[in-house]
Ligand binder design. Sequence first.
Ligand code: EPU
Length: 338
Amino acid sequence: MKIQSDYSLKPYNTFGIDVKAKLFVSFGSVKELQDLLQMPELKQEQKLVLGGGSNVLFTKDFDGVALLNAIKGIEVLREDEQYVYVKAGSGEVWHDFVIYTLQHNWGGVENLSLIPGTVGAAPLQNIGAYGVELKDVFHELEAVHLETGELHTFDNDTCQFGYRESVFKNKLKGQYIVTGVTFKLHKEHHINTSYGAIKTTLEEMRVQNPTIQDVSAAVCHIRSSKLPDPKKIGNAGSFFKNPEISLTQFERLKAQFPDIPSYRVTETTVKVPAGWLIEQCAWKGKVLGNYGVHKNQALVLVNYGGAKGEEVRQLAYDIIASVEEKFGIRLTPEVNIM
Ligand code: EPU
């Protein structure tokens, strides 16, 4: 647990933004983390937890201690006829965990294949893709309180999951570090191909009765054709959330823009894909020097190498302004801007 100074965070954010943390240290267990939190030289410092860094845009150096989560390990806690309860260390890479579940033939996270980031970051924003959200397979998590060092347990209710939301992005923001997550995975699989693109891809793959492994392969295929690989081009996935608007506002827009896509959320609200709105404002594929908007998915902002966080943030603000002007809808970032 060596504390380092003036440490570059470039390898620890998928946007690949080169900012520095005043102090940097990694921890590999709950005990190590608790010991770090007690150290007098760290006690007063602001704290930033680094998981996969897949949902953050750094716009300036961090004046505090960056804590790299390196808690590993996957274990079965218990099982019954229907479920297996599997606990994973929060520093495990999310997709490695998905592969592990597929190898053991446990169902539930196959639709969430290839999402960048770590197991510990997944519940913070209730990651979701292709008709499944983390909360659907979540059992509980353990997290250390930054002030007291105590280990607390949170279940589905106390996590207060919503669309890309949890209590850790709201009321408890910055107060806890997730150390382990327990999933409730299915022994008997519930294949979910409700999302159109999965169905089409499986048909193209000529798969008739898909297994969880087939669904994962389809999801990996769709993601890699639409979304840039952060190992090659810096990005943090969807930069904005898909906005939810009233049915009345939607009907007004539909009269003006007959092709506008939508998903019904409640009796009176619909969700509109932000990617479509941004594309209509002619941002898709826009290159501004070494950063821009991805050519296959307008929801994704990209750093081609060497971009500054403030530049990407300004691009996000410009996109928000033009979408608001054209559609009267104000987009909100999904990514944490720091
Ligand atoms: N669309 C456009 N132009 C674009 C992008 C999308 O017109 O540039 C249209 C598509 O044609 C389609 C609709 O928007 O009609 C939806 O597109 P897509 O299936 O790509 O999904 P999304 O709503 O844009 C969401 C998630 C993704 C997730 C996919 C699949 C959010 C903010 N994003 O994107 O999540 O992978 O659904 O479930 O909810 C992430 O959070 O980082 C992420 C990638």
